[in-house]
Structure formats: structure tokens, C-alpha cells
Design a binder for this molecule. Structure first.
Ligand SMILES: [Zn+2]
Length: 211
């Protein structure tokens, strides 16, 4: 029997509650039980949220949101960028499983963000590989306007603003870069929100697109 579709607002509450447990250092019985459980492959998965996060080893969505097997459909790529394969992955999950909440999650101390900022400032570092450039080039348009502001004099503040600008750009790209996702947003209650995970406190701040 297919699982009922969980509305985006309810999915967001589950993520906030799970993150509060993570911050308080308590794991839910459900998450622990499902981590020790084998999944029956005959049962279709029914993730209640899609998370596009960074590949950083310190930012695993399942842990940060205290969720178990089958709960989250997670896409991870350095700098949580949106390229065609990420859009395709989100389309797949949203269409196939009816998942209604998409979270783009950046994080503090992101190497992809600092590499992008470094690439926009004069430096004697060796040039990045073409493959790495394919990531920083996708982040650069969101960061570029910040480089014309006073923020360039304060690197921590610049990096924080750049992280958030990149999350907002990725979320906007998902909202407007796919006809299928636009249709799901208009007619089926899909929402795309942006968040930042703070490595020091463990707190995830949903700051973009939350009603
Ligand atoms: Zn990162």
C-alpha cells in the first residue's frame, strides 16, 4: 500500500523537530530503529523530503535531521549547486514519490564557497582544475554582487553572505529551471526552501522560501 503523501508544511515540522533533537544530542527511537532495520525492496520508498546538500563530510542530512532509512531523498554535491543532474534527481523524487518538500541546504565553513571567493580575488594559488571550476563557476554568479560591497573587508561575513546567496540562487533555480517542478509547485503543493546548517551549533536555519 503506498504511503500517504506528507504535506510540505508537515514535512518541514518533522525536519525542524529532528534538528532540535540533533542539537539536544538525543536520537529518536524511530530513527534508531529504522537504522537497524532492513528495507524490503518490494516496498516503494516514500521519502517525506528531498534535501540538496553539500558533500562536506560534516553535513550529512540524515544525521542533522535525525531521520532514518527511507525518510529523506538526499542529493549531495560540493557547494549544493544546481546543475542538470541535480534538477533531474529532484524531478525524479518529486514526481515518482509525491514528495512535497525540497530543501537546499548550505553550511558554514563550506570549502566550495571559500574556493569561489578565492577565485574572485587576486591570488598566486595554482589554477583550479576544469572540473572544480565547473562547481565554482556555478556559485560565482550569486557571490559576484557581494564582491562589490563592504563585505570584502570582512571575510567571515563575506563567506556567510556568500553561502546564503548561493543557497537562495540554487533554490530559485529549482523553482524556475524546470517545467515539471514549476507545475508541481503551482498545482501539487511542492515547495522549495533554502537553509543554512551551522557547524558550530548544529542548528539548521530555514531562511529562504518559508511561508
Ligand atoms: Zn560545503
Amino acid at each position: 500500500m503506498p504511503s500517504p503523501i506528507i504535506p510540505a508544511a508537515e514535512a518541514l515540522v518533522r525536519l525542524r523537530d529532528g534538528n532540535a533533537r540533533f542539537v539536544a544530542n538525543v536520537r529518536s527511537v524511530d530513527a534508531l530503529a529504522s537504522l537497524s532495520r532492513r528495507i524490503d525492496p518490494a516496498t516503494q520508498q516514500a521519502p517525506f523530503a528531498i534535501v540538496l546538500g553539500c558533500a562536506d563530510s560534516r553535513a550529512p542530512a540524515e544525521t542533522i535531521f535525525d531521520q532514518g532509512l527511507g525518510d529523506l531523498f538526499v542529493i549531495r554535491v560540493a557547494g549544493n549547486i544546481v546543475a542538470p543532474s541535480q534538477i533531474g534527481s529532484v524531478e525524479f523524487a518529486a514526481e515518482r514519490f509525491g514528495t512535497q518538500l525540497v530543501v537546499v541546504m548550505g553550511h558554514s565553513h563550506c570549502g566550495a564557497i571559500s574556493a569561489t571567493v578565492d577565485s574572485m580575488q587576486p591570488s598566486d594559488r595554482p589554477a583550479a582544475s576544469r572540473n572544480l571550476l565547473s562547481i565554482t563557476d556555478r556559485i560565482a554568479p550569486a557571490v559576484s554582487p557581494l564582491m562589490q560591497t563592504e563585505l570584502v573587508k570582512n571575510r567571515p561575513a563575506l563567506l556567510r553572505a556568500a553561502t546564503r546567496a548561493n543557497v537562495s540562487a540554487s533554490a530559485s533555480h529549482l523553482r524556475h529551471g524546470s517545467r515539471l517542478l514549476e507545475e508541481l509547485i503551482l498545482n501539487r503543493g511542492l515547495i522549495v526552501v533554502g537553509a543554512e546548517y551551522d557547524l558550530e551549533t548544529g542548528v539548521v536555519d530555514f531562511f529562504d522560501g518559508v511561508l
